[in-house]
Ligand binder design. Structure first.
Ligand code: A2P
Length: 278
């Protein structure tokens, strides 16, 4: 009986069927770690293509082969621009076209990424200021996970305030893990010091800090809790990432305080991006 000339060219038909060809022009990266926080939330880390550049706060199109077709969704890159790996924070939607599959990934699996990152939650889109407020709900914390780990954020701002509002206490864990990681990081810990303030709140469970961020801004409790004055367009800058309704309501409050919305080609006092849902 003749063996195949080169065993590494021999692919069993069933293996070939389960490994569809990777589409041209996209990166195919390897999953390195997966951490599940709740039934609805997880984060994963994967290899970073050597030529892939992005600015902290941007998003990329992430995908998987489902059957013989790639499915992509927009995901904020949660790791900072200097990191050798890429991190993402995701919800799990039971029948979501992508997340129903993505939530099952394991180390060693392949994740696709389109080549061009983009986004408005970048330091370049803000005019210089003293304090940077990052307003997030749910997985909207992801772009800020990138920015709070980037030294440039602390070069540009004296104080950084990360607000994170979720329905339940368990959903805040990623934010607490990030704070701990920064504190313990060899270089970031010292650079960040007490410049970064974390303000987690919960809306549907008992918790020391309760309520929607918009209500806490309107009542002034946010500022009293932080020991800071109310928003002032001369010194305060904002970034918002959450659901469409949260963006609209938070934006209205920033505008009421006299801040104007900026963009990459027109830096101003605040920028917004919706948290993407898979
Ligand atoms: P709430 O529990 O009062 O709806 P979601 O999972 O629906 O995106 O919500 C995530 C968090 O954002 C929840 O704590 C939710 O509060 C809050 N939220 C929802 N809509 C708004 C809004 N328009 N403004 C501020 N916070 C909001």
């Amino acid at each position: 009986m003749n063996a195949p000339a080169k065993t590494d060219e021999f692919v069993a038909p069933e293996a070939a069927a389960s490994k569809p060809a990777i589409p041209d022009g996209v990166y195919a990266e390897t999953v390195l770690a997966v951490e599940h926080y709740t039934d609805h939330l997880f984060r994963f880390r994967m290899t970073r293509p050597p030529g892939f550049r992005f600015r902290s706060g941007e998003f990329a199109m992430i995908g998987l082969m489902v059957g013989d077709k790639p499915i992509y969704r927009a995901y904020s890159i949660a790791s900072p621009a200097w990191d050798e790996e890429l991190e993402f924070f995701s919800i799990k939607v039971p029948d979501g076209p992508l997340t129903s599959h993505l939530q099952k990934i394991k180390p060693g699996d392949t994740v696709l990424m389109r080549k061009k990152p983009t986004g408005t939650l970048v330091l370049d889109a803000l005019t210089p200021g003293k304090r940077l407020y990052m307003f997030s709900t749910g997985t909207g914390i992801a772009p800020f996970a990138s920015l709070i780990r980037d030294p440039e954020t602390y070069e540009k701002f004296e104080e950084v305030i990360l607000t994170h509002t979720c329905r339940e206490v368990a959903e805040l864990k990623y934010g607490f893990d990030l704070m701990e990681e920064i504190r313990e990081h060899e270089f970031l810990g010292e650079m960040v010091g007490d410049k970064l303030k974390h303000y987690p709140t919960v809306t549907r469970e008992e918790y020391p800090f309760q309520g929607r961020i918009t209500d806490l801004m309107e009542s002034g409790k946010l500022y009293t809790d932080l020991g800071l004055p109310p928003l002032d367009p001369a010194v305060d800058r904002g970034m918002i990432c959450g659901s469409t309704a949260m963006l609209k309501d938070t934006k209205a409050l920033l505008e009421k305080a006299g801040l104007t919305e900026g963009a990459n080609n027109k830096p101003a006092e605040f920028v917004i991006e919706r948290a993407f849902v898979g």
